[in-house]
Design a protein around this ligand. Structure first.
Ligand code: NAP
Length: 489
């Protein structure tokens, strides 16, 4: 069998994607003594979702000191929830500091990778061929915009774009701006734009529960304190982490006491902060808080009560050249239309064609629903590992913590190869099926399965996310159960 590795202890590793997880992988591979690796990045800059999403108001709803690599604290975060550009700058800085940039082939996407003769054969968008022993897909979760199929959208005469493709050449001052959608993205856009435009129309198909948060700016003194005393940052991290664990432990059990607290907080937020009873009822969801991904906002209710703001709840009939026509027959005339209708959350590495042993196509394996053992490995796809792949704890943990623990796990699998104990490793079909059965059963108890539509659900209505406690995830990640893996020498 032909293998790509030049020596048994120096496997050739290809990482796909230079976002948060790809940068992390490169840093950890280097630390572990691997030096035969490359990152292919489709764009000309690092940063993944933080490079792609530049809409006004973009911020991370995981507090900044937790949404930070554990080994690279950032005392300079400006506020509790960091704005997107600050986060993007952080990833660029870290990539530079750890000399990850030298390892990246920018502007080279990977349209296909195929496992044959014991190694991965990759083709890049520039026509380059590469052969690797190991492929690590750090391709992100929410990156393929889902443009809603709304009749007439293409006929709109003004500027129209998806929230992840923001057109910064358009001056919004004084304009009539419409936003379709009420997910986390649209809510952040609303808060950022409402007092900067002439009129703001928010087209709501489904109301959202809003969890109130405090988003305070750190003072210069506080930031100076974080710089001189790293323990202060650690204390904040521990506190946020504990809050998150509580939240994560609550959402997996729809009947938990924690879930009741979350629902009470959201309900009180609505009752106490929306004055007009009619508007309040329009904003009141008819499903349980947390069923859709919960929205965290300190200012959405204030923004939607701004004199420039209109909440439009009549369904969209069609888009016309001059604006959006709703089911009540009204035409809402607009200059700019933003489509904040989310992402195709079940794509993962696709549209890359991935062929495992004997040409088995990942698309076929995932025809029913995307599945990966512990979100990392797939039977018959040897030495192919995913970060934040299907069924991982997206949505209720910090993705950085997840990726860090997953990289640690993958490094332990790689150690099997490096030590010469095997050349190929992938989860066995029995362990994978058992995991998926247990996961689907547990997911039905979670708040996500209590009767709403969301991107968490697969086509059978089963939540695709990790349905157990964070502690169980981290225990699994601490040491691979090698008996669950097929190893080929
Ligand atoms: P999303 O949560 O999927 O929301 C899409 C919105 O578009 C929903 O309100 C949906 O309505 C609406 N929509 C879809 N098709 C429509 C149609 N044909 N007509 C009218 N409305 C339509 O997308 P997102 O807001 O971009 O957020 C996606 C995820 O990205 C979030 O859940 C979160 O995980 C992540 N995110 C995170 C942050 C952060 O702060 N960390 C910020 C932004 C996004 P329905 O509810 O009726 O389907």
């Amino acid at each position: 069998m032909k293998h790509a590795q030049t020596t048994a202890n120096n496997p050739r590793i290809v990482v796909i994607g230079a976002g948060m997880a790809g940068i992390l992988t490169a840093i950890k591979l280097h630390e572990a003594g691997y030096d035969n690796y490359v990152i292919y990045e489709k764009s000309d800059r690092v940063g993944g979702t933080w490079r792609e999403n530049t809409y006004p108001g973009i911020a991370c709803d995981v507090p900044a000191h937790l949404y930070t690599y554990s080994f690279e604290p950032n005392p300079s975060w400006s506020r509790t929830f960091a704005p997107g550009p600050e986060i993007h700058a952080y990833f660029e800085r870290v990539a530079k500091k750890y000399q990850v940039l030298d390892r990246i082939r920018f502007n080279e996407a990977i349209p296909s990778c195929e496992f044959r003769e014991g190694c991965w054969h990759l083709r890049t968008s520039t026509g380059r061929a590469d052969i690797a022993d190991v492929v690590i897909a750090a391709t992100g979760v929410l990156h393929h915009p889902r443009v809603a199929e709304i009749a007439g959208l293409e006929t709109f005469a003004g500027a129209c774009f998806h929230s992840a493709r923001w057109d910064h050449s358009i001056d919004l001052e004084g304009k009539r701006v419409g936003v379709i959608g009420t997910g986390s993205t649209a809510i952040q856009i609303t808060s950022a734009l409402v007092d900067k435009v002439g009129r703001f129309d928010l087209f709501q198909r489904t109301a959202q529960w809003i969890m109130p948060i405090q988003n305070v700016e750190y003072s210069a003194d506080e930031i100076a304190g974080f710089r001189t005393d790293p323990e202060k940052v650690e204390t904040i991290r521990r506190k946020i982490n504990a809050d998150f664990q509580h939240f994560s432990n609550s959402v997996i059990d729809a009947d938990s006491v924690g879930m009741k607290e979350i629902e009470d907080a959201c309900r009180a937020n609505l009752e106490n902060h929306v004055r007009d009873p009619q508007l309040r009822e329009k904003l009141r969801p008819n499903y349980r808080a947390g069923c859709k991904r919960l929205i965290f906002s300190s200012d959405f209710y204030t923004a939607i009560q701004h004199p420039h703001a209109n909440l439009i709840t009549d369904g969209i009939e069609r888009v016309e050249p001059r604006g959006v026509r709703t089911a009540d027959g009204r035409l809402h005339e607009l200059d700019v239309l933003v489509v904040a209708t989310g992402f195709r959350a079940d794509s993962f590495i696709r549209p890359t064609t991935v062929l495992g042993r004997d040409g088995i196509n990942l698309d076929a394996v995932w025809a029913d629903h995307p599945v990966a053992y512990l979100s990392i490995s797939i039977p018959e796809f040897p030495n192919f590992f995913m970060l934040n792949g299907p069924n991982g704890p997206v949505g209720n943990f910090s993705l950085i913590q997840i990726a860090e623990s997953q990289v640690g796990y993958i490094l332990q699998l790689l150690a099997e190869i490096r030590a010469g104990r095997c050349r190929e490793i992938s989860v066995n079909a029995t362990a994978s099926a058992r995991f998926d059965d247990a996961r689907r059963t547990a997911a039905k108890k979670s708040i996500w399965a209590t009767g709403c539509k969301s991107w968490y659900l697969d086509k059978h209505g089963v939540p695709a996310s990790w349905p157990w406690m964070p502690s169980r995830f981290y225990e699994e990640m601490a040491a691979p159960k090698l008996e669950s893996y097929d190893r080929v020498s």
